[in-house]
Design a binder for this molecule. Structure first.
Ligand code: FES
Length: 135
């Protein structure tokens, strides 16, 4: 019953977004937590949404990423795009990813949710900083 309620809430929230964004979110790839990452970070945004990033880095290349959030669909889709931009990249390249670059890949994200891209990219960058501080 709880799953039915969650699915209905999810479907209602998705109804305000385009099919492209819905398809990205439903894919679910790279969504979740990781048990033994090389580095990780968690940030709570000013709106209260939280984002977590988990990285596996080998030879300064980001080989695996998982992210997790209980935030809204916009937060989740920004996490997914951030992962797509960073996966397989060097840490220097990943540090060059900006919120604008995430937004460039999401032309129909509602204006009031543009800050979600800042939360996603900031969390990625902090996870990379966690790696650099351990190195
Ligand atoms: Fe605040 Fe998405 S609504 S980060």
């Amino acid at each position: 019953m709880k799953d039915d309620n969650q699915n209905m809430a999810f479907a209602n929230e998705m109804s305000g977004y385009s099919k492209i964004i819905s398809d990205i979110v439903k894919d679910g790839q790279n969504f979740g937590r990781m048990n033994d990452p090389t580095s990780s970070a968690a940030i709570k945004g000013p709106c209260g949404d939280e984002m977590e990033f988990y990285l596996v880095i080998k030879n300064k290349i980001i080989e695996e990423i998982k992210f997790y959030t209980k935030g809204c669909i916009a937060t989740r889709v920004c996490g997914i795009i951030t992962v797509q931009l960073a996966l397989g990249k060097s840490i220097d390249e990943a540090l060059g990813i900006s919120p604008k670059k995430v937004m460039d890949n999401l032309t129909d994200l509602p204006e009031e949710h543009r800050h979600c891209s800042i939360l996603a990219v900031s969390t990625l960058h902090r996870a990379i900083a966690d790696y650099l501080l351990k190195d």
